[in-house]
Design a binder for this molecule. Sequence first.
Ligand SMILES: NC(=O)c1ccc[n+]([C@@H]2O[C@H](COP(=O)([O-])OP(=O)(O)OC[C@H]3O[C@@H](n4cnc5c(N)ncnc54)[C@H](OP(=O)(O)O)[C@@H]3O)[C@@H](O)[C@H]2O)c1
Length: 431
Amino acid sequence: MSAPPLKVGLAGLGTVGARVAGLLTERADLLAERAQRPIVLTAISARDRNRARGVDLSHLPWCADPVELARRSDVDVVVELMGGAEGPARALVNEALAKGKHVVTANKALIAHHGTGLATVAEKQGVAFNYEAAVAGGIPVIKTLREALFVNRVTRLYGILNGTCNFILTQMSRTKRPFAEVLAEAQALGYAEADPAFDVEGTDAAHKLAILASLAFGSEVDFAAVHCEGITGISPFDIEAARELGYAIKLLAIAEDTGQGVRCHVHPTMVPFGTPIAGVDGAFNAVVIEADPLGKLVLEGPGAGAGPTASAVLSDLADIARGVTLPAFLKPTARLSAGAPAPFAEREGGFYLRFTTMDRPGVMAEIARILAGLGISIESIIQRGRDPAAPVKIVMVTHETREAAMAQALQGIAQANHVVERPCMIRIEAF
Ligand SMILES: NC(=O)c1ccc[n+]([C@@H]2O[C@H](COP(=O)([O-])OP(=O)(O)OC[C@H]3O[C@@H](n4cnc5c(N)ncnc54)[C@H](OP(=O)(O)O)[C@@H]3O)[C@@H](O)[C@H]2O)c1
């Protein structure tokens, strides 16, 4: 084989990085054959030099400071698999692009916060900035949006982008156990981090949605514009009530072109049984893309884990080896729109409301008055149990209602007589 090898500097040898190093070593022949040139590791960096990585890397130069990788003459591509929106990951990627090296990363936090700026530097330098592994792990959704759907106009995109939350909601549904208990199980099984806040509060899914929305709608990456709520307030009662109403509860990430800007939101959502998204269980991810002229495309698969994520990293490296350098966000960053996003307060949809109240005369009339005063009409009401001495749970489903009205209604209900805890609200999407 005559083509010179593509030389890779790898920062981060954890879950994903160690697997990438392993595949580069074990599948060297297959990669060289398919990319038509060898792809070789030439230098590495991590924190702990003595930790076993499951692959022999002892022959490779070790960089105590990962930023050193960007300055080495024997590195063509920097693969950043450390994580974090700031700190060493940002410093390394900045330096690598500035030095004219290609970059491959799985770091959604970095891209969500600094993606447009980094893509601008990559463009100026004529190098690739590839990040397939950053969204939905092994599902090739970046390639799909950036390449396969080239001629399409995307109208809406939604999906399950956080496997930890989907695992927890699935287990809560199967076992009827509360959130905290199932979270502890997810942590024991390695599906949730010791600090699960990023996942369960929706931030991780919001990072990924900000990236997908930029690709789908040709706008700058705008993490601050994503409305974000997590799953910590969902109870087994809500999951059971949703089931009786014909819905599964999923943490959905939704980006839609409203005609007056793009609206991006992440929150628990009731989705009808029978839709593709309702059947995606466990740690799996799924993305649904609605586009013209394509129609509806459903992608489902493993959204995290060493193998699926490393597979996506290797696909990015193969593109670079073959000389493919595309604009990071489909078009040059100067052409990305920076327009105002569509306000979330103007979104309309059906809502599920659950509140707990003492069973006293007049309670329902007061709540009905609050809702009617805000123009909210009720589709159905279910009351669970009757006990003058103990609180009862009441479930309401509304017709189409504006977010702004619902926010006011929730405040009013929380302050109503005899309501004993903060009401729970879940949005309903018909799809
Ligand atoms: N895990 C997944 O399933 C998954 C899926 C999609 C995307 N991602 C993304 O992939 C990236 C890596 O995730 P991961 O799960 O592989 O993380 P991880 O297991 O925690 O590994 C992080 C690696 O970075 C190294 N590191 C951290 N700080 C460093 C520093 N200052 N200097 C040098 N090395 C440093 C660590 O070194 P030591 O090992 O020596 O401590 C470790 O090898 C993150 O951006 C993550 O969001 C992960």
